[in-house]
Write a protein that binds this ligand. Structure first.
Ligand code: HEM
Length: 374
């Protein structure tokens, strides 16, 4: 019998789905690491070498040197501040961005990765106490999963391209610069990063808004939260505090998306809007350079905080908790997982008779499922 002819909840098919999910995840992470090196392909190594052998003259840099040297010009463009060529606040902004932001961002991300690594080595995976019997509980609809994964993939692309733009000169250029054709490859990747950021930004923005609308109802504070907080969410030790459909930790993650995520989306919109005058005209504020500098600082700071917390979310959803990823990939979690991690929600479903009446729809007729007493 071929594996595709087995029922979807057959252990062999579940194992295969898990394998695909794990390898897809590994593939995405590996791609993230090697993506900047695609700059070599984009620029064409031969062309890049020829370019680097030319005398070092950059017309754009010469122009800005002249501007800084006091050469005056004129602008026929009508719009806010078009007659102002340089402004000192811009220098302050650039120094802040190149200074503390670039200095601390890699440390914040590195510290979170280290913390998770230490936790995983010391505490290990949060395993299921009872082996799954085969009874499945519906947790996420296909639409919720579509929105989640579209947003998650966009978020990863935006994180890689955003970090490449922010830290490229400090971290990537020294690595690329030492290689033949490296500078042109870096420039090509930097260009590509901007394009990808502009394409995936709107996709993720729509995803974030949909997530908020779909899930806000599950994420308001509830009675069980205090117990969950008091027992530290069961992070240390093997206790599993009772929780509703979302536990307090997930609620915090959700509200971080509502605040920091929306800050990233709105500030991103403020930065691209001037390129689309008809969009800019609809906004209730005039997008001056000062406002866009502020938007840039908000965008980067909120984005870094969001990324740091997202690393924790990704860990908990994959290597940190046995069975969680299955829910977001197939839509179903095992009854044992639901009972262990979200007992209040599970008991409510059981009281409503929604578990016994609706076992895994993929597995109707699968005897192991019918035999499990609930
Ligand atoms: C590779 C990256 C990611 C993985 C593996 C992942 C995994 C998961 C999993 C397994 C769940 C279900 C948890 C449960 O059933 O209780 C979940 C829920 C969720 N994820 Fe992700 N996720 C990723 C990225 C993201 C990103 C980037 C965002 C936001 C931009 C996000 C937002 C959410 C939200 C809002 C929930 C529901 C939690 C709630 O409403 O409180 N995820 N994720």
């Amino acid at each position: 019998m071929k594996i595709k002819d087995l029922p979807k909840s057959h252990p062999a098919r579940i194992k295969r789905r898990k394998r695909i999910a794990v390898w897809t995840f590994v593939f995405i992470m590996m791609s993230a690491l090697v993506a900047p090196f695609s700059g070599f392909l984009l620029s064409g190594i031969d062309g890049a070498i020829a370019q680097e052998q030319k005398p070092a003259s950059n017309p754009r840099a010469d122009y800005w040197r002249a501007v800084k040297g006091g050469v005056s010009g004129y602008s026929s463009i009508k719009g806010p501040e078009t007659g102002v060529l340089t402004q000192s606040a811009g220098i302050d902004w650039a120094n802040f961005r190149r200074g503390p932001i670039v200095k601390y961002a890699p440390w914040a991300i590195g510290a979170m990765l280290l913390l998770i690594l230490l936790y995983h080595v010391i505490h290990g995976k949060n395993r299921l106490i009872h082996r799954p019997s085969g009874v499945m509980v519906p947790r996420w609809s296909w639409f919720e999963r579509l929105v989640h994964w579209t947003t998650a993939i966009s978020f990863i692309v935006l994180s890689i391209t955003g970090l490449s733009m922010l830290l490229g000169r400090t971290l990537l250029l020294p690595i690329f610069g030492g290689m033949e054709g490296g500078k042109a490859a870096y420039a090509a990747w930097a260009q590509m990063s901007i394009q990808l950021h502009n394409v995936f930004g709107p996709v993720m923005s729509v995803g974030v808004v949909l997530m908020i609308v779909m899930w806000i109802w599950h994420n308001f504070p509830s009675k069980g939260d205090w117990n969950w907080i008091k027992s530290g969410g069961g992070i240390i030790g093997n206790k599993h505090p009772p929780a509703g459909r979302m536990n307090f930790g997930e609620k915090v993650w959700f509200w971080i998306i509502c605040t920091f995520g929306l800050a990233v989306v709105i500030s991103g919109l403020a930065m691209v809007a001037p390129s689309y005058p008809s969009v800019a005209a609809m906004l209730p504020v005039t997008l001056t350079r000062g406002l866009m500098q502020d938007a840039n600082v908000w965008h980067v700071v909120a984005g870094i905080v969001w990324m740091v917390v997202a690393i924790g979310h990704i860990y908990i959803g994959t290597a940190g908790t046995e069975g969680a990823l299955q829910g977001m990939t197939t839509g179903y979690v095992s009854a044992e997982w639901a009972e262990q991690h979200h007992s209040l929600w599970f008991n409510k479903l059981r009281r409503q008779g929604r578990i016994s009446r609706h076992p895994d729809r993929y597995a109707r007729g699968h005897s192991a499922i019918r035999q499990r007493s609930l």
